[in-house]
Design a protein around this ligand. Structure first.
Ligand code: 6R9
Length: 568
């Protein structure tokens, strides 16, 4: 099935022609730094518009249950300048890691832009992270400053973080304490102008931690040069145009919430909607209708939850402002695309990319036919291929490793303090290996098949099984644990843990609940196993590795395959 184009929209009028002729260099001339050679992505996203006479245009429309605020580009420029000054006064300089552990609120965005403006490296954290997850990230990155609030500070083990010298609290501190600062007081003391730190294109700007199948989460480093891709994909994939009101539902703790919740919309000069608080179908439809959202970027898990909330709910709201809908994070089920067509009378445009890629690489464009279930075609300037395990390109319809020709503007430039991990992605010369499997059809559309490793994708969140297993075995009752993703109609996958108990512990529902809460409170709610099954013994290799492949086969009732490496 193919869904034809509904309207002709942006200036990527002819995909085939653009894909054949596009040169990233053409994009550079939009920006100031094509003349100076020096760049700052936060400046280009915000200040540039003010200098081009668009300072009074709305940049941020923020709301949550208690607050409703709007900020123009000029105000965003001034607030982020002030925060940049705060950091400079404290002694933060270029290259320092400054983390933000806050709910999605305007302070998050002022801080983020301020950090980038002074050339420091911004580290956004999910508000949902608990103690261990926060500690691992602050520790590995050797973060020197943290912007947070009193409630979330309780989850920061400052005594175990010798590098962390400065804590800026948006609602505190209650009394004077060395190294603690009051966000608002410091902002009030700061000028609204700032000497921007002019950076080289290749200077680091952002660190996002993401999960692999082994080891602790890794710190993916992005550089200022990523802006070329943020800007151009914003134009051609998100279809951002003058006058748009855009809503990306992703949290900035996730790469989608920075590349497409901060940079792409502001580089393109549109109004960016941020809605705080938790997901609810009513709340989301209200957010669209109240703000007259024109472009809406979300994730399959959310669309599936909206679908579960029913067609009738949709008819209660005026969603007619919406022109363009997009999805990323996991496979977008054809059923959801068809449902979107029925209830929103709009196509939902799937696109593919990763934390490591920094920006969209494969997409369904507004002016292209959609084949439901396909991720779309490579962005102009991007060469995608399917490789076999020796690095040879495979013909259409053969499944293999989804790979991208290196480099591209927003590609990660390193893994923090882990060059070996970084190299693993580039084991075939000239290619980035994504870890996803896919095939290409004869029209050049790419179709996602799965992950090569054991990484779990639950409601669009990437969870490393190792991280969850490590936490599980910290529980006194748990001797061994193996964690897999189990297919789930709404969440894509749920986390299922197989657990062997220590001597003296008996399986019970209470114990399951206790273990679940242990992970929930130690790591994060989304990392806690929804299902737990007790086993006398877990399948292991002779070298002692838990064989998740066998656990998966048990779960799905499939053959267990080659067991030659399994211990007796
Ligand atoms: C942006 C983001 C990356 C992994 C990726 C793949 C899965 C993302 C997808 C998709 C099927 C899509 N994924 N988009 N799978 N169709 N359109 O999601 O980054 O959190 O790093 O996850 O997510 O497996 O490798 P990240």
């Amino acid at each position: 099935m193919r869904i034809p184009v509904q309207t002709k929209q942006n200036n990527l009028s002819n995909y085939e022609e653009m894909a054949a002729n596009f040169d990233w260099k053409e994009v550079e001339s939009v920006f100031t730094w094509s003349k100076t050679g020096k760049v700052n992505e936060a400046y280009e996203a915000i200040d540039r518009h003010v200098h081009e006479g668009k300072g009074d245009q709305l940049a941020l429309l923020y709301s949550d249950a208690n607050r409703e605020e709007r900020y123009t580009y000029r105000q965003m420029m001034e607030k982020s300048n002030q925060f940049g000054s705060v950091l400079r006064r404290i002694g933060i300089t270029k290259g320092d890691r400054v983390f933000i552990f806050l709910p999605r609120t305007p302070e998050f965005y002022f801080s983020f832009l301020g950090i980038v403006k002074i050339g420091a490296i911004a580290g956004p954290l999910f508000e949902a992270f608990m103690e261990d997850a926060v500690r691992d990230r602050l520790d590995n990155s050797e973060a020197i400053a943290l912007v947070t609030n009193k409630e979330l500070l309780k989850r920061v083990q400052t005594d175990q973080l010798p590098h962390l010298k400065h804590i800026i609290l948006v609602d505190g501190p209650d009394e004077e304490r060395e190294g603690y600062y009051n966000f608002q007081e410091e902002m009030d003391k700061s000028p609204t102008t700032l000497d921007i730190e002019w950076m080289d294109r290749e200077d680091p700007m952002l660190i996002h931690y993401t999960s692999g199948s082994t080891g602790k989460p890794k710190g993916v480093i992005h550089v200022h040069n990523a802006m070329i891709q943020h800007y151009q994909t914003g134009k051609w994939v998100l279809d951002l145009q003058e006058g748009d009101t855009y809503w990306c539902t992703a949290d900035p703790g996730w790469v989608t919430g920075t590349s497409y919740g901060i940079f792409a919309p502001w580089l393109n000069g549109v109004t960016n909607v941020v809605r705080g608080g938790r997901f609810s179908p009513d709340d989301w439809y209200q957010t669209i209708s109240k703000n007259k959202v024109t472009v809406w970027y979300s994730a399959p898990t959310s669309f599936r939850m909206l679908m579960a909330a029913g067609d009738e709910l949709v008819s209660k709201y005026d969603l007619s402002s919406v022109r363009h809908i997009l999805s990323v994070g996991e496979p977008l089920n054809p059923e959801v695309v068809r449902w979107g067509l029925k209830v929103y009378q709009k196509r939902i445009h799937d696109n593919w990319w990763m934390t490591e890629t920094g920006g969209i690489l494969i997409a369904n464009y507004p002016q292209m036919e959609i084949k439901p279930g396909s991720m779309g075609k490579p962005f102009p300037g991007i060469q995608a291929a399917i490789l076999d395990d020796e690095g040879n390109e495979l013909p259409p319809y053969q499944m293999g490793n989804l790979a991208i020709k290196t480099p591209w503007p927003s590609m990660m430039r390193s893994i923090w303090k882990n060059p070996e991990k970084y190299r693993e992605y580039f084991s075939f010369t000239g290619w980035y290996i994504s870890g996803d499997t896919a095939y290409r059809d004869e029209d050049g559309y790419f179709w996602f098949q799965g992950r090569i490793d054991d990484v779990i994708n639950t409601s669009g969140e990437r969870v490393g099984p190792f991280e969850v297993e490590s936490k599980l075995v910290e529980h006194p009752a748990v001797a061994e644990a193996g964690v897999i993703g189990k297919p789930d109609p709404v969440r894509g996958q749920i986390i299922k843990a197989f657990i062997a108990l220590r001597d003296g512990y008996k399986p019970s529902d209470e114990l399951k609940e206790e273990i679940r809460l242990f992970v929930r409170h130690g790591l994060a709610a989304h990392a806690a196993p929804r299902e737990i099954e007790f086993k006398d013994k877990l399948p292991k290799t002779r070298s002692g590795k838990i064989m998740r492949r066998v656990l998966k086969a048990w779960e799905l009732g499939l053959p267990t395959g080659d067991l030659s490496t399994m211990e007796d």
